[in-house]
Design a protein around this ligand. Sequence first.
Ligand code: GH3
Ligand code: MG
Ligand code: MG
Length: 392
Amino acid sequence: MRLISRNDLFLLLGLAVALFAIVSRPLGRLLAYAQDIGESSGLQLLPGLVILAGVFIFHQVRKRHEVRAGALASDAAAREATARAAEMGRLVAFGQALGQSLDRDSIRSAAAKHFPLLTEGRPAWVMARSKQHWRPLAVIGNISLGHCERAARGALGETNAVLDGDRGDVCFPMIVAGDPLGVVGVSPDPPLTEHERVVLSAAAALLAASLKNAELFQAVHENSVRDALTGCSNRTHAISVIDGELRRSHRSKLPLSLIMFDLDHFKQINDRFGHLCGDAVLAAVGQHMRAVLRSSDLKCRYGGEEFLILLPDTITSGARRVAELLRRTLEANPVRWNEIDVPVTASFGLTAVTPGELDVTAIIGRADTALYRAKENGRNCVCPADEQEALA
Ligand code: GH3
Ligand code: MG
Ligand code: MG
């Protein structure tokens, strides 16, 4: 708070005039005395005093200006520091949101929420690349996806892109360990400051790390639930899926069927043509399962050459038709190995889940028993778990 305001100036002026009136006579005498001393001693006291007073006032004024300029600079620095702290806060919040995102959808939500705060209203976009496909993660402003993709491709050197209307977006490629994962693009109007560039490249680096993280997480998850040879689920994952489906069927009262099948005389295939041929047969079985079954059906490699199929919302007669179709498909498609057609057949057991049944082991056990009956019945056939199911 200022001690003396503009309104007090008049008062001060009055005081100065009054003071001058009070001291004018002694002051006049003092000046005359100084003049006398000057004349008697040959010194120029009065002009010297005037010069000294002038220099003193000038010095004070300059000092005041300097203090004021210093205060203004400190104000500006404080404002700048507050703005930087807020920006850093936004960047940290973005990083935290991305840190909790383990898939592309959550990364997209985090980008849509936080990225506009970092570009401060400037038109901008974020494009992510997976294999040869480009997908938008965030588009701020009226920018076409075609433009974003062309600009992103151009930024990664994939094309000699000519940008729409030569917008010339400033691009920040997202690259992790040499793997280009996407591009952040920002409108160049108004031109970006050096500091804005630093913030945006930090945001691009955070996004890149997050995309890579999600990709690796997805790959690890896939490897932990999937059998690489056949593309089917592994046993552990399948049992947890079946468990969930049993509970769902219990609630929804919808039917559920389970098929178990085992390749016939598979040991002979290995022994005659070698294990690589056996592996090729297993891979072909995986392909046929994907071609014949619905994507909603659970396909599981239960053991070496034993497979499980869980058919949601399917009664026994439907499961039997599916098993027959798969059996005929395998029979009709021998695997070509070293110019030889290797015949492939399988034996199938199937069972229906009775309403309210939640015991996975018991259900798999029933399908397994039926499968052994199919083997006993001469192989390459389908057997339901009991007579009642056979009639269903
Ligand atoms: P059956 O008709 O009674 O089922 O006869 P089978 O020969 O198919 O049955 P068996 O259980 O005796 O043989 C299964 C064979 O599957 C034995 C094993 O070496 C082979 N096998 C298991 N896993 C793999 C695999 O991943 N690759 C290959 N090539 N063979 C495998
Ligand atoms: Mg077998
Ligand atoms: Mg077997």
